[in-house]
Design a protein around this ligand. Structure first.
Ligand SMILES: [Zn+2]
Length: 127
């Protein structure tokens, strides 16, 4: 799927959150999602020994908190916005069940592309 201007803006939004808020080992990823009416919801992950949560989960919970029922496009960045992150297996399942028409932006930061959530490539954990 082709990148739209709004997709590039969403990557910039997630990168801006990552630059501002991902300043410790506790917060390493930022996700941003756009609703059909153009609102952007963002969030960072939480890494903790007893309770960790992916940035995608935080965005979904934030959307629910704000009464948003549908997300159109999502992107997750890491390394303070220098690279895009493909959602992990748990997030893929959650996103696909909750938002079956979701578009997800993945790929190298200098050449991102959009895939339907159901066609996300398998996640390979680093290390
Ligand atoms: Zn995840």
């Amino acid at each position: 799927m082709t990148m739209r201007d709004t997709d590039r803006a969403l990557v910039q939004a997630a990168s801006a959150v990552a630059k501002l808020r991902c300043r410790s080992a506790m917060h390493t990823h930022a996700a941003a999602a756009r609703t059909a009416d153009g609102r952007v919801i963002s969030g960072v992950n939480l890494v903790h020994g007893s309770a960790s949560a992916c940035a995608e989960v935080i965005v979904i919970a934030t959307a629910a908190t704000q009464g948003v029922a549908d997300l159109e496009t999502l992107v997750t960045v890491e390394d303070r916005g220098r690279s895009l992150h493909t959602p992990c297996e748990s997030c893929r399942q959650l996103l696909a069940e909750r938002f079956p028409a979701l578009r997800v932006i993945i790929g190298p930061a200098d050449n991102p592309h959009v895939v339907p959530v159901g066609e996300l490539p398998a996640f390979h954990a680093a290390g």
